[in-house]
Design a protein around this ligand. Structure first.
Ligand SMILES: NC(=O)c1ccc[n+]([C@@H]2O[C@H](COP(=O)([O-])OP(=O)(O)OC[C@H]3O[C@@H](n4cnc5c(N)ncnc54)[C@H](O)[C@@H]3O)[C@@H](O)[C@H]2O)c1
Length: 317
């Protein structure tokens, strides 16, 4: 079994690579290192089961060649930064939607029939139903990132129908843990390292968000791929709860033993398109037997501990 992992040097992709090779799969990892880190692949590169193919998903002839001999694709590359969408309106379309189209075309050319896709809870926009189940309507998009991922999901489903592919689409909440390189814990850590006495918080700190620890995320993905067998399998992944940004600030401050004064930028959202309340209904994946092991606070603390012992990532992105 040869698994192809796109975004293999990223936070989630590299963690998936390590797990797949530990389970004895041969892995061909593809990355252009735009946000990925060579250090995350240090272990994998020592393993003969892993092969790194450096290149860009937007280059279809390259991708078609890179997919040769693959059995299944884990498509985990993307522009994963939701916040900066309006500064680069083209980026989400290219890095997410067009890259996914290329992945599907390269699969078709190589007769690869199975794809696992990292989507996002952002596809629900500002959900009318909370906790939000997989079949909730999402008529209005609030971020270019979410919009681009909706388009990816649509393309994948249409290729499943049109070219007899099978897919597993995962809508994650924000993921935390080792190798985390973007998001609020990263931003707060970076600020507190510069000045432990002061923290600037986007919004009013009362935004309610759900998070999930990386290893629980990978457990969920692997279980669903093993057990769900529809043509298009869609699963939310997140813990059964949420916290306020202010709670997370407390956990981070306690772990770092600092007591910063907080300066809020104000408003009920941190940036244009920020969703002030994210909480996904995960009954569907739980019915397969999945239960996340780490709580949100444990995930935050593990992330801070990772950043403390890997401060090089602060400069790498
Ligand atoms: N981290 C989260 O909280 C989160 C939440 C929901 C969904 N997701 C999704 O999970 C996936 C992985 O996210 P992540 O947090 O690991 O992000 P990341 O930025 O750490 O990883 C993305 C990887 O893809 C690579 N890449 C990007 N564009 C590429 C291109 N054109 N060609 C080749 N490689 C390219 C980058 O170099 C990087 O290694 C993404 O699809 C993201 O949208 C992440």
């Amino acid at each position: 079994m040869v698994c192809i992992v796109t975004g293999c040097a990223g936070f989630i992709g590299s963690s998936l690579v390590d797990r797949l090779i530990a389970q004895g799969c041969r892995v061909a990892g593809i990355d252009n290192f735009s946000t990925g880190q060579h250090q995350f692949l240090e272990g994998a590169l020592k393993n003969p089961l892993f092969r790194l193919i450096e290149g860009d998903l937007l280059d279809l002839p390259f991708l078609t060649q890179a997919f040769f001999g693959g059995d299944m694709v884990f498509h985990f590359s993307a522009n994963a930064d939701v916040r900066l969408g309006t500064e680069h309106p083209r980026r989400d379309l290219e890095q997410n939607t067009l890259a996914t189209y290329n992945v599907l075309e390269a699969m078709r050319a190589n007769n690869i029939k199975q794809i696992v896709f990292s989507s996002t809870g952002s596809v629900y926009g500002e959900a009318a139903v909370i906790p939000t189940p997989e079949d909730a309507p999402f008529p209005v998009q609030t971020s270019l990132y979410g919009a681009s991922k909706v388009a990816c999901e649509g393309l994948i489903a249409a290729y499943c129908e049109g070219f007899d592919l099978q897919s597993w689409i995962f809508r994650f909440v924000s993921i935390l843990g080792e190798r985390y390189t973007h998001g609020h814990v990263f931003d707060f850590y970076k600020q507190l390292k510069t000045d432990p006495a002061k923290l600037r918080v986007l919004g009013n700190g009362k935004q309610r968000k759900s998070y999930l620890y990386i290893q629980d995320c990978l457990d969920g993905i692997q279980l669903a791929v093993e057990k769900a067998n529809d043509k298009v399998n869609i699963f939310n992944l997140g813990v059964d709860g949420y916290c306020e940004v202010n709670d997370s600030i407390n956990w981070i401050s306690q772990t770092l033993e600092v007591q910063p004064s907080l300066e809020y930028t104000g408003g009920d959202r941190g940036w244009i398109g920020d969703n002030p309340f994210i909480f996904l209904d995960t009954q569907k994946i739980r019915s397969l037997g999945w239960v996340p092991k780490a709580s949100i606070s444990e995930g935050v603390v593990k992330t801070v501990e990772f950043l403390k012992s890997n401060e090089w990532v602060l400069e790498a992105r």
